[in-house]
Every structure is written in structure tokens, then in C-alpha cells.
Design a binder for this molecule. Structure first.
Ligand SMILES: Cc1cc2nc3c(=O)[nH]c(=O)nc-3n(C[C@H](O)[C@H](O)[C@H](O)COP(=O)(O)OP(=O)(O)OC[C@H]3O[C@@H](n4cnc5c(N)ncnc54)[C@H](O)[C@@H]3O)c2cc1C
Length: 295
């Protein structure tokens, strides 16, 4: 095999929350062929695989991941423009694509500025902010199966919805996403992007490790408001804390474990259900075994 598979690689430095255990096996493919090779290697060894982008929307358990983590967050980040159409490889940063689009005066994703993940992660989860979602501009997505079979699907087949796509149920690696943007005024676009970044800085606790919104928006409500109304701003379990600045952000206030973050999110679900009757659903993805709460 031509790609290097490393063993027992710490994942916490690669995860925005800075928590969690190591990957039993870890590979960083740089080409589509190498992705297929990594998947085939894991299949031969009977291992589960997990595709890791920038790790800004997930938490691995403290025990780590027992299979192969395939990391796209470092290589595989080509971005190609053709008029108003852009093709971005899975490891390209969403923010980089947004910045390039804005520089070219292309509208459609300027409010996604500042989302810290990759195009692969953003496509998987249908990243969105301030009234825009990636799905609104996606034309097609190229992915590969464990057997190395390439698939190219149009927007509809991907089943995009609020923080969801059909990729949640498919054991595939997203390799490339194509977006169609709308030609507009570069100066206006730049102003909109600056405003988006200003709002993020003003409202979000960007100085502490976190993974963005912990909970999805319940229909017609805001998770942050419900959490604040339950009196949970500043509430802490171990090193995990509900941000004082934005109640839907859980932060690693120092020394948090993955279990602390999981416990805190379970307790928030319990208390918000008690105080408002609404059952919050996690947006952050938890991977591996976690002890139940309350214990
Ligand atoms: C400060 C902050 C602000 C944020 N603001 C927003 C926001 O406004 N809107 C928003 O939507 N999100 C937001 N997020 C969450 C996160 O940045 C996005 O969801 C982002 O799109 C995740 O990308 P990632 O590369 O980090 O994915 P990861 O966290 O690495 O992975 C997330 C999921 O995608 C899967 N995945 C990743 N790459 C691939 C691939 N190539 N093929 C198949 N599956 C893949 C993973 O297996 C995992 O299940 C924020 C996070 C932070 C820390």
C-alpha cells in the first residue's frame, strides 16, 4: 500500500473542542485513488472507517476511535473556478471558498464566512448561517464508496435538509462539491461578508474551544433562548460550560473531557425539556461510547 497508515494518533489536537482519545489507525490521503486505497485497506482488516474534516462539529469519546480515521483536513484541498461555477475538493476550507467567491463578486455563500470546517464536512452536514445554506448553491457532489466506486449525484439525490444530507446514511467519502454562484457586486459582497464576521465575533465565544451550535434549532424556536430561559448560561459540568456569551455554545472552559461535554449536553436536554417542554436535538456529532447521564 502506498499511503502511510499511522497507529494511535491523538485526535484531540485535530478537534475544535480539543478533547477525546486517539485514533487506532489514521491516514491522510492526498488523491481520490489514495482515499479508495485507505477504504479498501480498512475493509480488508474488517475495520470501521470515519471521515474526519476539520473536526469542528464533532466529539470523539475519551476512549478514541477503534478503526481507521481518514483525515481530509490537511491535503486534498484544490479549488477550481470556471465562470460562476466552483469545484472544491473535500479538504478545501469552506471559508476559503467563500473568500474567493466574494473576491470574484459571486453571491450565494457570503454569509457562510467564518464557518471553520471543510467543504466535505459542510456538504455532509449542509452547513448554513444567517439565512444561507450550502445546499442552495450545490449542483453536484462526487463521492467514493468503500469499494472505490465513484458516484456523482445531483443536488436532489443528496437529500439536503436543515443540517442533514443523505450522506448521514451512506458509507461514502465526499471527494468534491460543485457550486453554482450568482454574479454580483464584489464591493457589496465584501461588505456582507465583513458584517457576517463581525456578528460572529460579537455573539460567539470564539476565544474558547467549542464546536459551534450544540443543538439544532427547534421549529419556530431558538435553542439558545430556551437554554438561557432554563437558567443555564454559565452552567458547568467538569471542564464543559454553557457559554455566558451564547447559550447554544458549549465551551471547553479548561480540562474538559469528551464525557463532560456529553454529560452537559444531556443535562441541558433534561432541564430544557423540564422548563419548556421542548426536546432539543444535538447538532454536534458524538462518536464512540459515552456513559449515560444522569448516572
Ligand atoms: C466557532 C464555530 C462556528 C460554527 N458555525 C457554524 C455555522 O454557522 N453553521 C454551521 O452549519 N456550522 C457551524 N459550525 C460547525 C462546523 O464548522 C460545520 O458544521 C462544518 O461544516 C463542519 O465541517 P468539518 O470539516 O469540521 O467536519 P467534521 O467536524 O470533521 O465532520 C462532521 C461530519 O462530517 C463528516 N464528514 C466530514 N468530511 C467528510 C467527507 N469528505 N466525506 C464524508 N463525510 C465527511 C464527518 O464524518 C462527520 O460526521 C461552527 C463550528 C465552530 C467551531
Amino acid at each position: 500500500m502506498s499511503i502511510l497508515v499511522r497507529e494511535n494518533v491523538p485526535l484531540a489536537p485535530l478537534i475544535s473542542f480539543k478533547v477525546g482519545g486517539p485514533a487506532r489507525y489514521f491516514a491522510e490521503p492526498a488523491t481520490a485513488a489514495e482515499f479508495s486505497e485507505a477504504m479498501a485497506w480498512a475493509k480488508r482488516k474488517g475495520l470501521e472507517t470515519f471521515i474526519l474534516g476539520k473536526g469542528t462539529n464533532l466529539v470523539f469519546s475519551d476512549a478514541g476511535y477503534p478503526g481507521l480515521v481518514v483525515y481530509t483536513g490537511k491535503s486534498f484541498h484544490g479549488i477550481q473556478w470556471q465562470g460562476n461555477r466552483v469545484r472544491a475538493q473535500a479538504g478545501a476550507l469552506l471559508h476559503t471558498v467563500v473568500t474567493q467567491a466574494v473576491g470574484k463578486g459571486m453571491a450565494g455563500i457570503q454569509h457562510l464566512a467564518g464557518i471553520p470546517g471543510t467543504m466535505g464536512g459542510g456538504t455532509y452536514i449542509n452547513a448554513g448561517a444567517f439565512g444561507q445554506e450550502l445546499k442552495d448553491t450545490i449542483v453536484s457532489v462526487v463521492s467514493t464508496t468503500r469499494d472505490g466506486k465513484l458516484a456523482e449525484r445531483g443536488n436532489r439525490e443528496c437529500g439536503f435538509a436543515y443540517r442533514h444530507s443523505n450522506f448521514f446514511g451512506w458509507d461514502e467519502i465526499i471527494l468534491e462539491t460543485t457550486l453554482d454562484l450568482i454574479p454580483g457586486d464584489a464591493n457589496a459582497m465584501r461588505a456582507e461578508m465583513r458584517e457576517t464576521l463581525r456578528k460572529r465575533k460579537e455573539k460567539q465565544p470564539l476565544h474558547l474551544p467549542n464546536a459551534g451550535s450544540m443543538f439544532k434549532r427547534p421549529p419556530g424556536q431558538y435553542a439558545g433562548v430556551l437554554i438561557e430561559q432554563a437558567g443555564l448560561k454559565g452552567f458547568r459540568m467538569g471542564g464543559a460550560m454553557i457559554s455566558e456569551k451564547h447559550a447554544n455554545f458549549t465551551v471547553n472552559a479548561g480540562g474538559a473531557t469528551a464525557q463532560d461535554i456529553h454529560d452537559l449536553s444531556s443535562e441541558v436536554i433534561r432541564r430544557v425539556r423540564e422548563s419548556s417542554g421542548t426536546v432539543l436535538e444535538r447538532e454536534v456529532i458524538f462518536i464512540g461510547e459515552f456513559l449515560p447521564w444522569p448516572r
